[in-house]
Design a protein around this ligand. Structure first.
Ligand code: FMN
Length: 219
């Protein structure tokens, strides 16, 4: 499965099998986390067999056997949330290609139970539950191309391909509060106001880049 194919295959999964993540699969994940940290300056970490972050939650969508998660943390800068979205989604899509399922979680978890594992100076943006799916996810209801774009002049295929991939991105409460602009032949992505929309921005930026096959500015 390619990363582009992973974009089509991915849906949030909240119910997992009681199954460890180990061996080669664990190593692939850990290597990619190390690569993301080296590139971004974040301190992303994988926590295995730690059910305390997500146990027994009343939140929308009930979690089961959510024993493993990725914590997205880093220095408390203006860009922490976008960067967490961008690199977190890179991990989500890689996970999909190796048979793992995920769910972004920014609200419905016990933040203190994760924060206590982190070092001073590491601020937590969100976590991503990860594991082998017990119950598959399903496609989200989506806004249309027209609702999320603003363009001037002719629209190239790569832009349409980028938007198509962006509309498949996970966003907090499925809000899709972003706009993708094409001006003078250049694309950019921006977040509208909404809960966690700066994390969404990084996620959407990553999806657009995979779909379009070229970098896009985030504003
Ligand atoms: C930044 C962010 C935060 C999220 N927080 C939560 C959460 O706290 N609890 C939860 O159950 N789902 C959470 N989600 C998952 C979204 O509800 C889900 O991505 C959205 O409904 C779209 O569905 P899909 O991921 O299956 O495409 C979050 C997603 C994102 C991107």
């Amino acid at each position: 499965m390619t990363i582009r194919e992973a974009i089509d295959a991915r849906h949030s999964v909240r119910q997992y099998l009681k199954r460890p993540i180990d061996g080669e699969i664990r190593k692939i994940l850990e290597d990619e986390i190390a690569a993301c940290n080296a590139e971004s300056g974040l301190s992303i970490r994988l926590f295995l067999n730690d059910p305390e972050a997500i146990r027994g939650l009343w939140a929308y969508g009930s979690f089961r056997n959510a024993d493993h998660y990725i914590a997205l943390a880093g220095p408390d800068t203006d860009d922490l949330h976008r960067l967490s979205g961008y690199y977190g989604e890179r991990l989500v899509l890689l996970a999909e290609t190796i048979g793992l399922s995920t769910c972004w979680i920014a609200g419905s978890y016990k933040k203190g139970n994760v924060q206590r594992h982190l070092n001073d100076g590491e601020t937590l943006a969100a976590i991503i539950s990860i594991g082998y799916a017990a119950k598959p996810g399903k496609p989200h209801k989506s806004k249309t191309y027209e609702q999320v774009t603003e363009t001037t002049g002719p629209v190239p295929d790569w832009f349409r391909d980028g938007v198509e991939a962006a509309l498949l991105a996970p966003t907090a409460i499925n809000q899709q509060r972003f706009r993708i602009t094409l001006k003078d032949g250049e694309a950019s992505v921006r977040a509208l106001k909404g809960p966690y929309s700066k994390i969404d921005l990084g996620i959407v930026q990553y999806h657009f880049e995979i779909g379009a096959g070229r970098p896009v500015k985030a504003e």
